[in-house]
Design a binder for this molecule. Structure first.
Ligand SMILES: Cc1cc2nc3c(=O)[nH]c(=O)nc-3n(C[C@H](O)[C@H](O)[C@H](O)COP(=O)(O)OP(=O)(O)OC[C@H]3O[C@@H](n4cnc5c(N)ncnc54)[C@H](O)[C@@H]3O)c2cc1C
Length: 343
């Protein structure tokens, strides 16, 4: 196993302090390695990192830390990897560099001339640097909504959230006690014609109408949005802060002008902007020349299948379905293990 960081769980170590998994403990472990019960239903970031460390210690896997793979090329019947530590050859290669690999910022007009602070959500840790300051969070995905709640709870003077498309929202802790992931598992195989209206109905029932807080009801259901690579917002405090008036919704961000930010005709002058605008897979440099990516930079085949252009090259972790990415990764890993076990 080649890992560019100096320890396992590098992506998780980099996430914000209050993060807990949105997927349940029972459906977030590696194959055959249940996450210990003492870590609770919603596993905290540091617990998840220590779980991954325990797995790495107990598995018979040779890990090479600090090795960054820069490019993968065909070499005879196998593969040659160019790395910062020299070439590595392998018969088969599994690429698992992460769905959330490279922080992505839109090319907003005027961005480079913005005179206040602009950071990506991947650099956000906790609200302390923002205490007493006016902050604009851009994007209402899970990171944006949770960071906005964290800022509002943690003493920011003003928190705006810029929302372009009304999000599909589910409560993590709902009165029925059903985890959103369980709903996602049930809904995943169903057609959009059923899932979309059902998800809008569930939102009306458990979240209610947020129009008076600046968020109209979504027009698209969960299945359609997932196809657009937008998974639902799982509420872990955002709605409380919104309803208490500690988060103000503004329209989508259009441009920057010096110290100002223009959101649908509104001019704001925040001290800081946190762009929770997502990530790209960052696979182009690694495998872009092999013809295995689609126009959006996603692998066109997921493990256990490999692309006909690239037999023996597999991709795991790039689908992010409503049933939970970690669950899907564990399932695909099992399937791939069975393929590898065949003589
Ligand atoms: C804030 C946040 C919260 C999330 N919460 C959940 C959740 O609750 N449940 C869930 O199912 N999913 C969640 N996800 C999605 C999550 O990213 C994945 O489920 C999970 O991390 C995927 O594991 P992975 O091993 O594929 O990728 P990662 O955990 O990102 O691991 C990829 C590894 O590859 C290494 N790497 C990258 N490029 C190279 C290279 N070129 N050479 C060598 N090593 C490299 C990285 O250092 C990293 O260690 C969340 C994502 C974010 C951003």
């Amino acid at each position: 196993m080649l890992e560019s960081a100096d320890g396992v769980g590098a992506s998780w170590r980099g996430h914000y302090d209050r993060l807990r998994l949105h997927t349940t403990r029972g459906l977030s472990g590696l194959p055959g390695r249940p996450i210990p019960k003492r870590m609770g239903q919603w596993v905290a970031r540091d617990d998840f990192v220590s779980y991954l460390e325990d797995c790495a210690d107990s598995l018979d896997v040779r890990m090479r830390l600090g090795v960054r793979v820069q490019r993968i090329d065909r070499a005879g019947d196998g593969w040659r990897l160019t790395t910062n530590q020299g070439p590595v050859e392998a018969d088969r290669v599994v690429v698992a560099t992460g769905y959330n690999h490279t922080p992505w910022l839109p090319d907003w007009p005027g961005k480079d001339g913005f005179t206040a602070e602009l950071t990506h959500s991947s650099a956000y840790r906790n609200p302390s640097p923002y205490r007493g300051r006016q902050v604009l969070v851009v994007g209402s995905g899970n990171s944006g909504a949770e960071i906005a709640a964290d800022l509002a709870e943690g003493g920011a003077a003003k928190v705006w959230i810029s929302i372009r498309t009304p999000p599909n929202i589910v409560r993590r802790d709902n009165p029925g006690g059903i985890a959103p992931q369980h709903l996602g598992i049930v809904m995943r195989p169903l057609p959009a014609a059923i899932v979309d209206p059902l998800s809008l109905f569930v939102q009306r029932l458990f979240v209610g109408d947020l129009t008076r807080y600046g968020i109209p009801s979504p027009t698209k259901g969960v299945a359609t949005r997932v196809k657009e690579e937008q998974i639902p917002l799982i509420d872990v405090g955002f709605l409380d802060q919104l309803k208490a008036g500690r988060i103000t919704v503004v329209p989508g961000l259009d441009s920057f002008e010096g110290p100002e930010v223009i959101c649908g005709g509104q001019r704001l002058k925040p001290d800081a902007v946190i762009a929770a605008t997502g990530y790209s897979h960052g696979l182009e440099a690694l495998v872009g020349h092999l013809g295995v990516l689609d126009a959006g930079g996603r692998p066109s085949r997921y493990a256990p299948a490999s692309h006909p252009n690239a037999p023996g090259l597999f991709f795991i972790g790039y689908s992010n379905p409503i049933s939970g990415n970690l669950r899907e990764i564990a399932r695909d890993a099992r399937r791939l293990g069975r393929v590898f076990a065949k003589p």
